[in-house]
Design a protein around this ligand. Structure first.
Ligand code: NAP
Length: 309
C-alpha cells in the first residue's frame, strides 16, 4: 500500500503520544506528523517514538492552535512539505479547565480553552480538507464533560459562539469547548455527506478519564498536581469512565487505521464504543450557528473551504 500521512495535534504528550505510538507500531503505511506548539518537545517525542517502535516515519512541524497565523503558517508549510498524501487528522490538543497560567486569551483575543480546543481545530481541519483526497478520516477528541454530571452543578447552555469566545476560562468553558468539538464533528460530517462526494469520515471521541497524562498542570506545585491527578482518577471511577492514555491512545489509533471503520462517520465514540452524546449536542441550530460564527471568528472565507458557496 502507498504511504499516507496522519497529523496528530499535541502528539508530543499524553493521549496524542500514545495514539502516535500505536499507529507507528501497528501500521507501517502511515507517516506520522506531530503538530505541536513546542518543537523541542515534539522532536524529543518523535525520537522516543522512533526508538520505541523502530518506525522511522515520524516527523514534527510547529503548530500553535492559539494563533490563527500559526495555523495558516502550518498549513502553508505542510502543503509544501515532501510528505505522503494527507489521509487523517487527529484533533487531540486541548487545555484543561485550569487554562494556561498567565495566558487567558489566544493571540487573536479569544478565550484560550475555546480558542485552542475548538476554534483552532476548526480552522486547521477546514484548511486541511483542501489537501485530503477522496477518502480520509478526522477525529475530534471530546470528553464526557461535554455533558457534566449533575453533581458538578454546572448549567451548560449554548448561547452563541461569539459570546462563548469572550467568556472566562474555567470548568464551564472546558465543558462548552468539548460540546463544540461534538457540534463541529457532526456538522462537518453532515456537510461532507451532503455537499461533497468525498468519503471522509468525521467522528468525536471520548477517551474517558486519564490521570496519566500532563493535562492537569499546576505550575510549580507538584504536591497539588499529584492531589489533582488522584482526584481525577477517583472522578473517573465515580463517573464510570476510567481509562488511561495507554488504553485510549490505542483505541484512538484504531479509529484511524482500522480498515473496518473506514465508513463510520458522524458518531460519538465513548472509548471506541458508538453511544449517544448529550441531548444538547444534537441541536442542529447550535451546530450551524457555531460553524457560521467560527468562520467569522477564524477569518476563514467560504472560498477557502471545500464546501464552496
Ligand atoms: N486527561 C483526561 O482525563 C481527559 C479526559 C477527556 C478528554 N481529554 C482530552 O484529551 C486530549 C489530550 O489531553 P491529554 O490528557 O493527553 O493532555 P496532555 O498530555 O496535556 O496533552 C495535551 C496536548 O495539547 C497540546 N496543546 C496545548 N495547547 C496547545 C496549543 N496552543 N497548540 C498546540 N498544542 C497545544 C499540549 O502541548 P504542550 O505539551 O506543549 O503543552 C499537549 O501536547 C485533550 O483534548 C483533552 O481535552 C482528556
Amino acid at each position: 500500500m502507498k504511504k499516507k500521512t496522519v497529523i496528530i495535534t499535541g502528539g508530543n504528550s499524553g493521549l496524542g503520544y500514545q495514539c502516535a505510538l500505536n499507529i507507528a507500531k501497528n501500521d507501517p503505511d502511515y507517516h506520522i506528523l506531530l503538530a505541536c506548539r513546542n518543537l523541542k518537545k515534539a522532536d524529543t517525542a518523535a525520537e522516543m517514538l522512533k526508538s520505541e517502535t523502530g518506525n522511522p516515519n515520524i516527523s514534527t512541524m510547529e503548530l500553535d492552535l492559539a494563533s490563527l497565523s500559526s495555523i495558516r503558517m502550518f498549513y502553508d508549510a505542510f502543503s509544501k512539505a515532501d510528505l505522503p498524501p494527507l489521509y487523517a487528522v487527529v484533533c487531540n490538543a486541548g487545555i484543561s479547565a485550569g487554562g494556561v497560567p498567565g495566558e487567558k486569551y489566544t493571540k487573536d483575543g479569544y478565550e484560550m480553552i475555546f480558542g485552542v480546543s475548538h476554534l483552532g481545530h476548526f480552522l486547521l481541519t477546514n484548511l486541511l480538507l483542501n489537501l485530503m483526497g477522496k477518502s480520509g478520516r478526522i477525529v475530534f477528541v471530546s470528553s464526557d464533560m461535554h455533558n457534566p454530571p449533575p453533581f458538578f452543578r454546572l448549567k451548560l447552555v449554548y448561547d452563541n459562539a461569539k459570546a462563548i469566545s469572550a467568556r472566562s476560562s474555567g470548568m464551564l468553558q472546558y465543558c462548552t469547548s468539548k460540546l463544540c468539538n461534538i457540534y463541529c464533528s457532526y456538522e462537518m460530517a453532515r456537510l461532507l455527506a451532503t455537499k461533497t462526494d468525498r468519503q471522509i469520515t468525521v467522528n468525536a471521541f471520548n477517551p474517558g478519564a486519564m490521570s496519566d497524562t500532563n493535562f492537569i498542570r499546576i505550575e510549580g506545585n507538584i504536591l497539588l498536581q499529584g492531589i489533582m491527578r488522584g482526584f481525577s482518577r477517583v472522578m473517573g471511577v465515580i463517573v464510570g469512565k476510567p481509562s488511561s492514555s495507554v488504553k485510549s491512545g490505542a483505541i484512538l489509533a484504531s479509529l484511524i487505521i482500522e480498515p473496518a471503520l473506514a465508513e463510520m462517520t458522524g458518531k460519538y465514540l465513548d472509548r471506541g464504543k458508538d453511544i449517544k452524546s448529550s441531548l444538547l449536542s444534537y441541536n442542529k441550530d447550535n451546530a450551524r450557528e457555531l460553524w457560521k460564527t467560527s468562520m467569522e471568528l477564524s477569518k476563514l472565507s467560504q472560498s477557502e473551504t471545500i464546501f464552496g458557496q
